[in-house]
Design a protein around this ligand. Structure first.
Ligand code: GLN
Length: 489
């Protein structure tokens, strides 16, 4: 017997209950998501590829498994994957002309894990080209629109993943986060998004942007779902030498409502100049709420090196990107300019036409910062600053369990507003970049609205303290209803 369902209101844990008790089948749920995609996609443009046939066959298999009583918490539940994670037989574009037709011969480890859990993949999500951007406007294919206001950006670079969850196209999504690309769009779309500790989740099969910063994580409708997805994707992988061989706890076990004894630091540097006053006010109110729940907050914390994080990120990330993107030479795979018999011209034109303007800007910045004579002044110095920032966090975590900040300095901005001004665009990540620089875990959860537009709160923890972060996020979520509000689309 089936229930009448609106896939935009279901969580993973609720869907799992309905599937297990036979009130809903995975095929019905998958069809509902595919219908929702047909309805909203003309407005939001979140997906590069809709994998409807794959989804329905995975759903049928899931239903058979559920009937035999052998299901996992993710079995039969629709997911969207950011288009920089390799999916065997399904094209993986990174929203770039360069690899628009690339069909990977293998699955990323996270995709393999989701398939092992019998998830249902309904589509691949639009993103800023090669994950470089904060608005999804840098997609070479098309921009994605925020379901809370279609004239505004959804954030980026995992904009398609966040919109897919917020607009009900799937129950959850995977994104990647190099400087904020899961948390910032989660904040802009009022969903939950977590960047796990560097090394917690394998990046094998994630198209590399900046390898010392990249991390994969979940975008979900609530904190419980975030824990469930993390349970499945986390863990050591011999194919990613940076993944860490420490055991994966059951992240749902830490979700309880009291916050007695929890120590929270609120670093003042994250309330930056130019921050929208409603955003600062919402985060202050959210911290007061955490205090009401039993936590102790120190409002006077200072992390003075924060102001150097943006500059060091924009040396380190482009440097690594310039090396990672050297492989797109038109020879091995991807777009290839062939209208010449001159090898050098073919290489230059391949890169000239295959990459968009932001990607080229990063390659040039990175190549410059790494070049002989400039390396010490730029790259090496940025790495030293990185160490200082990391140490400062280490010291703060001697006194606090978590740090709480806004996810972004503003609510979602209008499409086009920052597209011509890279520096303004870069500034929208000031609150999230330092966390990648230090390799820490952090979550963004819904914490309010200003003029009908979402505000996200960021909770940052020490390495491998995802449980503490999830516990605090869960307690806040249970005491508020921001996460229950849905865009009217
Ligand atoms: N917006 C930042 C950048 O453009 C972060 C992107 C990301 O996290 N992938 O580099």
């Amino acid at each position: 017997m089936s229930v009448i369902l609106d896939p935009s209101r279901l969580t993973i844990h609720k869907a799992h209950e309905l599937l297990k008790t036979g009130q809903l089948s995975s095929v019905e749920l998958t069809r509902a998501c595919l219908e929702r995609i047909q309805q909203v996609e003309p407005k939001v443009s979140a997906l590069v590829t809709i994998t409807d046939r794959l989804a329905l066959s995975q759903a049928e298999q899931a239903d058979r498994l559920i009937a035999s009583g052998d299901s996992s918490p993710l079995t039969g539940i629709p997911v969207i994957i950011k288009d920089n994670m390799c999916t065997r037989g399904v094209r993986t574009t990174c929203s770039s002309r360069m690899i628009e037709d690339f069909v990977p011969p293998y699955d990323a480890t996270v995709v393999e894990k989701l398939n092992g859990a019998r998830a249902v993949i309904v589509g691949k999500a639009n993103m800023d080209e090669f994950a470089m951007g904060s608005s999804t406007e840098n997609s070479a294919l098309f921009p994605t629109h925020n379901p809370w206001d279609l004239e505004r950006v959804p954030g980026g670079s995992s904009g398609g993943s966040a919109v897919g969850v917020a607009a009900g196209e799937a129950i959850y999504a995977l994104g990647s986060d190099t400087g904020g690309s899961i948390r910032q769009p989660a904040g802009f779309c009022s969903v939950t998004g977590m960047k796990p500790t560097y090394g917690r989740v394998s990046r094998y099969g994630l198209v590399a942007f900046a390898s010392s910063l990249d991390q994969i994580g979940p975008l979900t409708r609530d904190v419980t779902d975030c824990a469930l997805v993390l349970n499945t994707i986390a863990g050591y992988d011999p194919r990613d030498s940076t993944s860490v061989p420490c055991p994966v706890p059951d992240y749902t076990r830490c979700l309880s409502s009291g916050l007695g004894g929890v120590r929270i630091g609120v670093p003042k540097e994250y309330f930056v100049e130019g921050m929208q006053s409603e955003v600062a006010a919402a985060i202050r109110a959210a911290v007061s709420k955490l205090e009401e729940l039993g936590a102790r907050a120190d409002w006077g914390v200072s992390l003075p090196h924060t102001s150097y994080a943006l500059a060091s990120y924009y040396v380190i990330a482009p440097s690594e990107a310039s090396a990672n993107l050297a492989r797109y030479d038109g020879v091995k795979y991807g777009f290839s300019y062939s209208d010449t018999d001159n090898m050098w011209e073919a290489l230059e034109k391949t890169r000239q036409y295959g990459f968009g303007p932001e990607v080229k800007r990063r390659i040039m910045l990175g190549t410059y910062a790494l070049s002989a004579g400039y390396y010490d002044a730029w790259y090496l110095k940025a790495q030293k600053v990185r160490t200082l920032i990391r140490r400062e966090f280490d010291q703060a975590f001697e006194k606090f369990d978590v740090l709480v900040t806004p996810t972004s300095p503003t609510v979602p901005f209008r499409i086009g507003d920052k597209a011509e001004d890279p520096l303004q665009m870069y500034l929208s990540d000031v609150c999230t970049l330092p966390i990648n620089i230090a390799g820490l875990p952090a979550i963004s959860i819904p914490a309010g609205f200003a003029g009908g537009l979402p505000i996200g709160m960021q909770i940052i923890g020490k390495p491998f303290s995802e449980e503490t972060i999830l516990k605090i996020a869960y307690a806040f979520e249970q005491a508020t209803d921001w996460h229950k509000q849905k865009p009217n689309i």
